[in-house]
Design a binder for this molecule. Structure first.
Ligand code: SF4
Length: 114
C-alpha cells in the first residue's frame, strides 16, 4: 500500500474506484459518476458516489482495501497528474447515444445576441 505525500490515499488510483452512468429513466440522458466497489464511501446507510469531474477530490485517510493500479509511486503520481489534467471542469450531461447534450437547448436558453 502506498500513500500520497499528504498522508491520504486518492481513490482515483485504487482499482475499486468504479465509474458508472447515472441514467435519467425518462430521457435516457446520463451523467458519469464514480463509486467505491468495496462500499468505502458509505454515507450512513447509503453508498456514496461522486461526480466524475470531481474524482480528484475523493480521498481517504486510511483504507484497508486500497489497492493501487500503479506499479510504483512514480507511475502513480504520473497517472494522477494525467487524470487531473484530463478531467472535465464541470458535469457533462450525455445523450443516450453518448454525445454531450446541448444543455442550452434542453433548457430553452437562446444565446443569440440579436
Ligand atoms: S477501496 Fe478504499 S481506497 Fe479504494 S476506492 Fe474504496 S475507499 Fe477508496
Amino acid at each position: 500500500m502506498s500513500e500520497s505525500q499528504e498522508g491520504t490515499i486518492r481513490c482515483a488510483d485504487c482499482r475499486f474506484c468504479r465509474q458508472f452512468k447515472e441514467v435519467n429513466g425518462a430521457t435516457g440522458r446520463y451523467v458519469l459518476k464514480v463509486r467505491c466497489a468495496r462500499g468505502g464511501w458509505q454515507v450512513g446507510r447509503k453508498l456514496g458516489h461522486t461526480d466524475w469531474h470531481r474524482l480528484m477530490t475523493r480521498r481517504v485517510r486510511k483504507c484497508p482495501d486500497y489497492d493501487s493500479m500503479s506499479d510504483n509511486e512514480r507511475d502513480r503520481a504520473r497517472y494522477l497528474c494525467d487524470l487531473a489534467a484530463t478531467l472535465p471542469l464541470e458535469r457533462i450531461v450525455y445523450e443516450a447515444d453518448g454525445e454531450p447534450a446541448d444543455i442550452f437547448e434542453i433548457h430553452g436558453i437562446d444565446l443569440s445576441t440579436e
